[in-house]
Design a binder for this molecule. Structure first.
Ligand SMILES: [Zn+2]
Length: 86
């Protein structure tokens, strides 16, 4: 199951600096790729720092995979996307 959440991002472009919201699936650890709707700056958001792995309480069932819970701040800071070298 994918979980759609409305997330709030802070544009990494210092000349812009606006906040914007996007709907994203954040059901797993990943690096989100976002783009500011104001200045079109593409940026990445690494969710790893916000994840807390929760070990399954009960053993036995299909609990091999760790449950990952994300505790996201109200506004997620973004990082400039590395320039693609072609
Ligand atoms: Zn922007």
């Amino acid at each position: 199951m994918m979980e759609q959440r409305r997330l709030r991002f802070l544009c990494c472009n210092a000349d812009c600096g606006k906040e914007y919201t996007l709907q994203r699936e954040v059901s797993r650890l990943q690096v989100l790729l976002v783009a500011c709707p104001y200045c079109k700056t593409e940026a990445t958001v690494d969710l790893a720092p916000y994840a807390h792995a929760i070990k399954p309480v009960m053993r036995g069932q299909e609990s091999q995979a760790q449950v990952v819970q994300l505790e996201l701040p109200a506004v997620l800071p973004t990082q400039a996307k590395p320039q693609d070298v072609e």
